[in-house]
Ligand binder design. Structure first.
Ligand code: HEM
Length: 468
């Protein structure tokens, strides 16, 4: 799409103009209210009007430049750590993760911490996690009756608390303390609101609860660490990885850092996966022909096997396309941001130092020049005949891109495939609400509540067990 000419004032550091300012907005708060109400509509309006780059007015930032379209998205995701900072964007997480963890750490330290996650996500671990996903799904859905009504959003979030806590802290923790863990986790989440951006330590009940929960979780983790060390136990989970990790200067993470790192990975992967579970269910129920295709695939992949293993999950290609298409239409992270430490020129414009820059999977995924029939559910677009996501690098950006691309892609995909493999084989389901729409009330965008579906257990027994 052509870039429109700017009406904004040229800057001294570059002869190029800054990206055009989107009209509308209010005095003092600019476009903040529109962004809060329906961010996707606002960003789409800007793109329709100006193309790949335009500017929003938001409080607390001299300007916010929105970058959509494959080329602009590529530029965004290729920004180097020395050119931009993610700290401001994620600062509301600091009271939860702790000081000096992830985006609050110096870039070099953050890189090392992210390296610990790489280690926790290596191939041999994936096998253990996959086994956990399958067992958790069997256990969770095994408790469902022959028929009933469930809220898909709540179901996804509950089940992924179990799968995440198991992969993070191990099976014995998951079995003994899952209720307390879930409660602490919700109390921490309750502290994630707009106020936390501006005054994260105000003495309000939500922040006090958040801090109490964080402290208690730290105590629980210290107990597990002490127990493992005393008994010489080694588990296949994230905690074990951070217990054994060392920074390049030879220092081991403190127990407080271990807690922060575990929380960082938990917050990155929990709701994002839960939301994707819910949308997958909604879209499948709306497109029953795909349920049939996926059941046929289950038959092909599993045959009459009595076990379900990592390689089987990997072989579920059409289920993979369905999850990818779900994430294209309804990415839980609808926008990502950085603050520029340096200015740059791109697409005929100058983006000044100190601007915020923003990319949007939700808008980028519905560009008709990239994705044919962008508003339609067509998982085949990822198949060998169309491969639409390969035409432009960084056009499908549900997991971000470049050096900060999501580390949990494989983990999330395997988890969702394990859960949906079980559901497809064991349940029929139909939708109840007249409409299922995204809700922009939370930072991670899922379907608006209620989001119910009716399920019925299928007569044919197709449950497979994990290898013993
Ligand atoms: C469907 C599920 C998920 C979605 C849609 C998702 C999406 C994303 C996105 C868009 C980013 C980039 C953020 C940015 O550029 O500012 C990201 C980063 C990240 N994600 Fe995920 N994620 C998911 C699941 C997971 C899981 C399960 C884990 C861990 C097990 C995880 C761990 C991470 C980490 C560690 C980063 C930071 C990478 C870095 O900054 O270098 N994510 N994710």
């Amino acid at each position: 799409m052509a870039l429109a000419s700017s009406t904004a004032t040229p800057r001294t550091t570059s002869s190029l103009p800054t990206p055009p300012m989107l009209d509308g907005g209010l005095p003092f708060i600019g476009h903040a209210l529109d962004l809060r109400r329906n961010p996707v509509e606002l960003l789409q309006r800007g793109r329709d009007r100006y193309g790949d780059l335009f500017t929003l007015r938001l409080p607390g930032s001299p300007s916010t430049v929105v970058m959509t379209g494959p080329k602009a998205q590529q530029k965004f995701f290729r920004l180097r750590d020395s050119e931009m900072s993610m700290r401001e964007v994620y600062k509301l997480m600091i009271p939860i993760f702790g000081k000096g963890i992830a985006y609050d750490a110096e870039p070099e330290i953050m890189k090392e911490q992210l390296g610990f996650f790489h280690e926790a996500l290596r191939e041999s671990r994936l096998r253990t996690y996959a086994q956990g996903f399958v067992e958790e799904a069997e256990d969770f859905f095994g408790k469902w009756g022959d028929e009933g009504v469930v809220d898909l959003y709540e179901t996804g979030n509950e089940l992924t608390i179990y799968t995440s806590s198991r992969s993070l802290l191990g099976r014995s923790f998951r079995e003994s303390l899952s209720d307390e863990f879930a409660k602490l986790y919700y109390d921490m989440e309750g502290g994630l609101n707009l106020l936390a951006f501006f005054a994260p330590h105000l003495p309000i009940p939500a922040f006090r609860k958040r801090d109490r929960a964080r402290k208690r979780l730290g105590e629980l983790i210290s107990t597990i660490v002490a127990d493992r060390r005393a008994k010489g136990l080694k588990e296949e989970d994230f905690l074990q990885t951070v217990m054994e990790a060392t920074y390049s200067n030879g220092r081991s993470p403190t127990e407080d850092e271990m807690t922060g790192l575990l929380l960082a990975i938990m917050f990155a992967g929990h709701h994002t996966s839960g939301i994707t579970f819910a949308w997958t269910g909604i879209l499948l129920a709306q497109h029953p022909q795909w349920i049939e295709r996926l059941r046929a695939e289950q038959g092909r992949v599993l045959g009459d096997k009595s076990t379900l293993e990592l390689d089987d999950l990997r072989g579920m290609t059409e289920l993979e396309w369905v999850v990818k298409e779900t994430l294209r239409l309804y990415p839980p992270i609808i926008l990502v941001m950085r603050r520029m430490l340096e200015g740059f020129d791109f697409g005929g414009y100058h983006v000044p130092k100190d601007s915020m820059v923003m990319a949007s999977p939700a808008v980028g995924h519905r560009i008709p020049e990239v994705f044919t029939n962008p508003n339609r559910f067509e998982p085949d677009r990822f198949g060998p005949e169309r491969e639409e996501d390969r035409k432009h690098p960084m056009s499908w950006i549900s997991f971000g891109g470049g050096r900060h691309r999501c580390m949990g892609i494989v983990f999330a995909q395997l988890q969702l495939r394990a859960i949906w493999s079980h559901l497809l084989r064991n349940f029929d389901f139909e939708l109840i609400e007249p409409r299922y729409e995204p809700s922009y009330d939370r930072m991670l965008v899922g379907p608006r509540s209620p989001c119910r579906a009716r399920y019925r257990r299928r007569k044919t027994k197709t449950t497979v067990a994990v290898p013993g």
